[in-house]
Design a protein around this ligand. Structure first.
Ligand code: AMP
Length: 479
């Protein structure tokens, strides 16, 4: 498969508003609340009486809009915005969203969170039919499919296109006179809709962005739904009824902000329950519990409460550094961990520490932090992870597409423990995740996608199948 179109629209954040005089400003605030979902680029497209205008750039939202004239230019009563997280090899500004399309009869701007699994074959078919692509991300594909649809109305064309793309997607599409929002048939990525006190509507990745702009939550966008918002109001329709909820469990474990609710479950509370369950499943004699800031703090407080051990601030995070995982190279990631975290010697010296992290991907963080604590004088470090070992890649929109990078796919738990220099290592079970999240739905794995832990993908893998089979075969050869 071409690396050009692979895995480019990862764990991003999207925000859209319709019917508010300060639409671009609200989008800025909403995206600011979603910045944790991507820090590589940001953009906003505003609709001013039917005309679309965009501003976008590389880096954090505040950097892109440092010059206030950029936001001032985005007048109008509707807007969509995007914060982008991308993998190595694709950092061009042409991939920063929203992607704007100008046709002789219409304008569109598209923001996408997720990853399509049939992007390569669709793009090949479209190119053979004469389509010209500007960016290397797979987000443009939807636009081509809409324009090529023979359906009589725009709504039907959008539905037609949505039925051809596979994988994980939360799309926002703004046109001259409406805003569409659509979610894939498994609801891999979170998407919610809310209403502003002044009557306008907001659709965005997480409820924390609704709170940031003072919007009231209406509902989670459900798998297969297509929302249309225009001057007449909000219409909730669907483009398919062949759906099965399988929301990404990593949203609960790591990605989403703790103050967000997903399908009625508060993310912090779910993490706290995972930590408490971890204490039952993987107990250890120790003096203090320390969490890796910030994403593990909820789980660490749960572990401390359930085990009866004191929670201590044994690690400090420099608030002025960004997420290390998002750095494109291993050298940068390692440097990033050093800049980001330091041990509190006075707290950990001479102590038996239970160190809680939410997940282990490549193992960079664990290795570094165990060493940090030991260098600071910890007597022992017992690493406890509030999720199961990540052994399989994700093709629906988180940046884990190859098993080669996953330490748990290549090493046993004792081997990992040794390579981190920890005194013991324990993970939360799959049932522990599912029951701690506790979604009230009738669906496999309690409505969660657990594929990175057990290899059970809720959909066919389409363009990724051959490559995936080969990787799994090679891994088994090595074991
Ligand atoms: P690593 O250092 O590669 O083992 O990454 C693990 C750390 O990155 C964990 O502490 C998580 O907080 C975070 N993390 C887990 N999964 C992801 C992901 N897909 N993208 C970004 N960060 C992640």
């Amino acid at each position: 498969m071409s690396t050009e179109v692979k895995g480019l629209n990862e764990e991003c954040g999207v925000f859209g508003v319709w019917g508010s005089p300060d639409a671009a400003q609200l989008t800025y605030f909403g995206l600011h609340a979603l910045q944790h979902r991507g820090q590589e680029g940001a953009g906003i497209t505003a609709n001013d009486q039917g005309t679309l205008k965009s501003e976008r750039g590389l880096g954090l939202l505040a950097d892109v809009f440092r010059d206030p004239r950029r936001l001032d230019r985005l007048t109008g009563t509707a807007a969509v915005g995007h914060v982008r997280y991308a993998t190595a090899g694709n950092h061009g500004v042409e991939n920063i969203q929203p992607l704007e399309f100008n046709f002789s009869d219409a304008q569109f701007a598209l923001a996408h969170n997720g990853n399509l699994t049939n992007a390569v074959s669709l793009r090949r078919e479209l190119e053979q039919a004469g389509a010209i692509f500007h960016a290397s991300s797979d987000s443009e594909i939807l636009m081509h499919l809409i324009r090529r649809s023979k359906a009589p109305t725009l709504d039907e064309q959008v539905k037609d296109a949505l039925n051809q793309v596979q994988g994980g997607f939360a799309y926002l599409l703004i046109t001259n006179d409406r805003l569409f929002a659509a979610l894939d048939p498994n609801g891999f990525r979170p998407l919610v809709v809310g209403q502003l006190p002044t009557g306008g509507y907001v659709v965005c990745s997480e409820t924390c962005a609704l709170d940031a702009v003072g919007a009231t939550f209406i509902q989670d966008v459900h798998p297969g739904e297509l929302l249309t918002i225009d001057d007449q109001g909000l219409k909730i329709d669907h483009y398919t009824t062949d759906t099965q909820l399988a929301i990404c469990s990593m949203e609960f474990i790591y990605f989403a902000r703790p103050d967000s609710d997903i399908y009625g479950v508060n993310v912090h509370s779910a993490r706290k329950r995972m930590g408490a369950r971890l204490a039952q499943e993987q107990p250890v004699e120790a003096d203090i519990v320390v969490g890796v800031p910030n994403s593990s703090l909820s789980a660490a407080t749960g572990y401390a409460e359930a085990s009866g051990l004191p929670y201590e601030m044994g690690l400090i995070k420099n608030q002025y550094s960004s997420r290390t995982f998002i750095q494109p190279t291993q050298a940068l990631r390692e440097q990033g961990v050093r800049m980001k975290l330091s041990a509190v010697k006075g707290v950990v010296a001479g102590k038996r520490v239970v160190l809680i992290d939410d997940s282990i991907v490549r193992g960079t963080t664990s290795r570094r932090i165990v060493k940090l604590l030991k260098d600071a004088g910890a007597k022992s470090v017992h690493l406890r992870i509030a999720s199961p070992p990540l052994r399989y890649p994700c093709f629906y929109g988180i940046d884990i597409q190859t098993t080669r990078e996953l330490i748990a796919a290549n090493q046993t738990i004792p081997e990992m423990c040794q390579s981190f220099g920890a005194d013991s290592l324990g993970f939360l079970s799959e049932a522990g995740v599912i029951e701690s999240v506790g979604l009230k739905v009738e669906a496999p794995y309690g409505g969660l996608c657990m594929a990175y832990f057990n290899g059970d993908y809720p959909t066919p893998l389409y363009d990724y199948q051959v490559e995936y089979d080969e990787e799994i075969r090679q891994l088994q050869l090595h074991k």
